[in-house]
Design a protein around this ligand. Structure first.
Ligand code: NAD
Length: 523
């Protein structure tokens, strides 16, 4: 049996960080507590985005592998779900401290396979661990209700786990996004099959070792590697009760429709196109810093990243010019690399080429490239990696492709609008509905925008308005940012991962006086 354990990975990281590698890791499935090769015996390469060198081979699974993982989860379900919530959260608490102890190693793996910088990778781990922490408080949070609804009738409800649930995740947060659902699914009593992104399987491979150390019984957490076939087999498996998906909009839509056609609960978060609006009264320096962090952080590969900056007021207005100058000045200081403060490469060549096309097309459409990230191609010659620098495009037309489609790279589209209404019109017309933010020093102005934005996570002077638990995370229903049921994380996730069982009880009032002890107390 091929097995990659955490010791191998640790020595591997420190021997190969930033260099071309000779030893190639093998990342397998994890079924019933064992790292298990796929029955297909098929693997695909995992590439380090910063160097373009191969770092691992990851398994490609088929329906037989999926059946093995789902069966393991199903077999573990009865005993796991019958534990008390308190007993399950005690294991989660141990997992929480193991994550803290291993945060540095997890972050090194994230840097290696995802390409983000070390500070961002540590934040990926810390942010994910916040949901683990939240899940530890479920003994208080998932209690049912009880009420006497008429003379002799009482209603109560309790939350029961669904059964085997599937978690499908994207490449951009190798730790945090799986942790949005894994801890809550487990403490509410479900058993799981996780499907990491085939582009970043190393981090979750390491996490399986921590799962084991924390004391989760074999079969409670399983992991299937692979792509489309694995996802389809997971959704279709009759023992799978619910699916959470985070990824691009087209796949979110497919996953949601497939689940719902099988009457399975599904939440599927898709892509985004987030608008930031800057009013003339905004704090120029603070706004510029925040806009740059929002659009260039993690090389723009965040569903919460700023994508369009709508500057209210004339192009030659004093505050408008000052804001754009400050954005460009701050963004142009960013250097390429994975050290803290620098900006990493984008995930792969496909993504790199797609970003290039958006910049080229904008030029053809008559936009002005105020800051050109393509200069990094020359700068990084010989290093390898999919490096593209922070880019700022000033558009003349709001119909430019870059203004309207998800780019998922460090590109900011800027557009001048003359009125607040025009800003809202542009933001509302976009087909996504993930996040939006307003920059102003006036609370009343901020309220005006917050009651009109068509997005579900709103920021006031914050360009990455990620809600923390117990607030749930997710875009607006009916947009390309969210398909399926409910938000992810927070109290929405408790609802998602449980069935409410309602028990109505009628006990007739006692009629035999011989058992009554004395007179009934008068209120
Ligand atoms: P992706 O849709 O390509 O992949 C996501 C998952 O789906 C992966 O596990 C992948 O293996 C699987 N998959 C890929 N093709 C499939 C297919 N044809 N059928 C079934 N499964 C398939 O997304 P990505 O490129 O890994 O991630 C980037 C995208 O994720 C961006 O669009 C980003 O906005 C989005 N994202 C959204 C959120 C959110 O909360 N809304 C958070 C993070 C990322």
């Amino acid at each position: 049996q091929q097995r990659t354990n955490s010791n191998q990975i640790t020595s591997y990281i420190f021997s190969t960080m930033g260099e071309a590698t000779e030893s190639i890791l093998t990342i397998n499935n994890y079924i019933a507590g064992k790292h298990t090769p796929p029955t297909t015996n098929e693997y695909i390469p995992v590439i380090n985005p910063s160097t373009s060198s191969q770092i691992a081979n990851v398994a490609i699974s088929n329906s037989t592998d999926v059946n093995n993982a789902v069966t393991a989860a199903h077999n573990a379900f009865t005993s796991w779900s019958r534990l008390t919530v308190k007993a399950r959260s005690a294991i989660m608490l141990k997992f929480h401290s193991l994550i803290r102890e291993n945060a540095n190693e997890l972050a090194e793996l994230i840097v290696l396979e995802n390409g983000k910088n070390k500070t961002e990778a540590l934040a990926d781990v810390a942010k994910g661990n916040e949901t683990v922490e939240y899940a530890c408080s479920l003994p208080q949070l998932m209690q049912g209700k009880i009420d006497r609804v008429s003379g002799e009738v009482t209603c109560k409800d309790r939350r029961d786990a669904l059964g085997v649930v599937v978690i499908i995740v994207p490449f951009n947060f190798p730790f945090m996004v799986p942790m949005w659902t894994l801890p809550i699914a487990l403490v509410t009593g479900n058993t799981i099959v996780l499907k990491p992104s085939e582009k970043v399987p190393l981090t979750m491979n390491k996490v399986m070792d921590l799962i084991e150390q924390a004391g989760f019984p074999p079969g409670v957490v399983n992991m299937i590697q692979g792509t489309k076939n694995a996802v389809e087999s997971l959704i279709d498996h009759p023992l799978v009760k619910a699916v959470t998906f985070v990824g691009s909009s087209p796949i979110a839509k497919i996953v949601s429709e497939r689940c719902h056609s099988l009457n399975k609960r599904c939440t599927a978060l898709g892509g985004a196109k987030n608008h930031l609006v800057a009013l003339p009264d905004c704090d120029v320096n603070g706004t510029a810093s925040d806009v740059v962090v929002s659009y260039a952080g993690c090389a723009g590969q965040r569903c919460m990243a700023a994508s369009v900056l709508l500057v209210v007021g004339p192009k030659d207005g004093q505050s408008q010019k000052a804001l754009l100058d400050a954005v460009i000045e701050k963004a142009s200081k960013i250097e390429p690399g994975t050290e803290p403060g620098k900006m990493g490469a984008v995930i792969d060549e496909v993504s790199f080429k797609k970003i290039m096309l958006y910049i080229e097309q904008s030029e053809k459409d008559g936009a002005q490239i105020l800051l050109d990230g393509r200069t990094w191609i020359e700068k990084m010659k010989g290093v390898g990696g999919n490096y593209i620098g922070p880019t700022v495009i000033l558009h003349n037309s709001k119909t430019d492709k870059a203004m309207n489609e998800e780019i998922f790279g460090p590109v900011l589209s800027v557009y001048h609008v003359s009125t607040w209404h025009e800003a809202i019109e542009i933001e509302n017309a976009n087909p996504f509905g993930n996040a939006a933010a307003i920059y102003t020093t006036n609370g009343g102005y901020a309220d005006w925008f917050c009651s009109r934005f068509r997005a579900s996570m709103l920021g006031v002077n914050i360009g990455i308005p990620v809600p923390r638990e117990p607030f749930s995370f997710g875009g607006l229903y009916g947009t390309r940012s969210k398909y399926g049921d409910m938000d992810i994380t927070g109290d929405g996730a408790i609802e998602f991962f449980t069935n409410r069982i309602k028990i109505t009880t009628k006990w007739p009032a006692p009629t035999s006086p011989e058992y009554m002890l004395g007179e009934e107390r008068q209120e």
